[in-house]
Design a protein around this ligand. Structure first.
Ligand SMILES: *Cc1c(COP(=O)(O)O)cnc(C)c1O
Length: 344
């Protein structure tokens, strides 16, 4: 990787962060808080949240096997993605490279930040080739986005290709592992110490069952995490979210049980779906959804809507003509889907 100072936008490198009231007294003991213009009433919601979410990070660390210094928490992974653009990409000058198709937020954030978004097509097996991806990069490429298991295709990308990008690209490599809990592949978050430019994204929205609380994680070198903390809103994760996350993480057994249930249901639903006459192909999945090619995605999508069943129609996405993306639901939901499609 290049030196960090050569990758970061000059204004961000020079930025002096907002110093919030709670940062200044940190570490000292106190029971009178007259520093932040909060109301003294309506405890505990009268108090600003912990800006660095220390209790929550301490609880996440052993679960994710990542040290708290290497961890950023934000308002969904989407906050982390946007921050990376704002830290590294000069609007109208720099560019980013991503596999295609993939998660739509990378391109939205690129557009919002006026950053050129370059796509590198996956092959027929929905795999990418490091050589091809690196050919799309130039001196102004700051970020590379690799989502594995990938959305909407569902497959894990070959580890050797991701490693090749990590070894050869001189900027930041973002590996989005939102779905890694549903996969047997070794997650890249365990390798953040090995690659200076690696940023791994995780989320509470999928395997942890907490999309409503908006909590995302980024794992990276202490230096990159420091930049993210400098640029983020001071109180970016609210107290209700921090409390709920602590509560949910307290029951690891439940989280693991749910992952096992979803994985079992995935196998069963994919097998049953493949037997449907309208199904042309079910693609392999390492996630809590799968992609299937059907006879007529638009018609089947509309029919399912008329039955009160919503899936994701991906027919207009590159390489996904006539494909539906189907999330693994409860037994009731999965059966209702199959029943509706069998009576079509
Ligand atoms: C669902 C998903 C996320 C989660 O985003 P949040 O903002 O944390 O809810 C991140 N990346 C990918 C690829 C996803 O599919």
């Amino acid at each position: 990787m290049k030196a960090l100072i050569d990758l970061v936008r000059p204004n961000i490198w020079a930025l002096k962060p907002y110093s919030c009231a709670r940062d200044e007294f940190k570490g000292k003991k106190a029971d009178v808080f007259l520093d932040a213009n909060e109301s003294p009433y309506n405890y505990p919601l009268n108090r600003y949240p912990d800006p660095m979410q220390e209790a929550l990070k301490a609880q996440i660390a052993p679960i994710k096997q990542v040290r708290t210094e290497n961890m950023f928490l934000g308002n969904g992974s989407d906050e982390a993605i946007d921050l990376l653009f704002r830290i590294f990409c000069r609007p109208g000058v720099d560019n980013v490279v991503a596999i295609d198709p993939t998660y739509g937020m990378y391109e939205v954030c690129a557009d919002v930040n006026d950053v050129e978004y370059r796509r590198v097509s996956l092959d027929e097996q929905f795999q990418f080739h490091a050589d091809e991806l690196l050919k799309a990069c130039d001196q102004k490429t700051k970020l590379v986005f690799i989502c594995s298991p990938n959305n909407p295709t569902g497959n894990a990308l070959r580890r050797s290709e991701i490693e090749a990008v990590l070894e050869r690209f001189d900027g930041i490599v973002v590996v989005d592992e939102a779905y890694s809990d549903f996969s047997d592949q070794r997650p890249f978050r365990l390798d953040i110490g090995r690659y200076a430019g690696l940023v791994v994204l995780n989320t509470f929205s999928k395997a942890f069952g907490c999309a409503a609380i908006r909590l995302g994680m980024a794992f990276a070198s202490q230096e990159i995490i420091g930049l993210m903390n400098k640029v983020k809103y001071p109180y970016n994760v609210n107290t209700l979210t921090q409390q709920k996350a602590l509560e949910v993480l307290g029951d690891q057994t439940k989280i693991h049980q749910n992952i096992v249930l979803i994985r079992e249901a995935r196998t069963a639903l994919m097998q049953a779906f493949a037997q449907l006459p309208l199904c042309e192909k079910v693609y392999p999945s390492d996630a809590n959804f799968f992609l299937a090619r059907v006879s007529d995605a638009n018609a089947i999508y509309q029919y399912l809507v008329s039955q009160g069943i919503i899936v994701r129609n991906r027919t207009n996405v590159h390489l996904c003509h006539n494909c539906l993306r189907i999330t693994i639901g409860t037994k009731y939901e999965n059966e209702k889907l199959l029943k509706a499609l069998r009576s079509l």
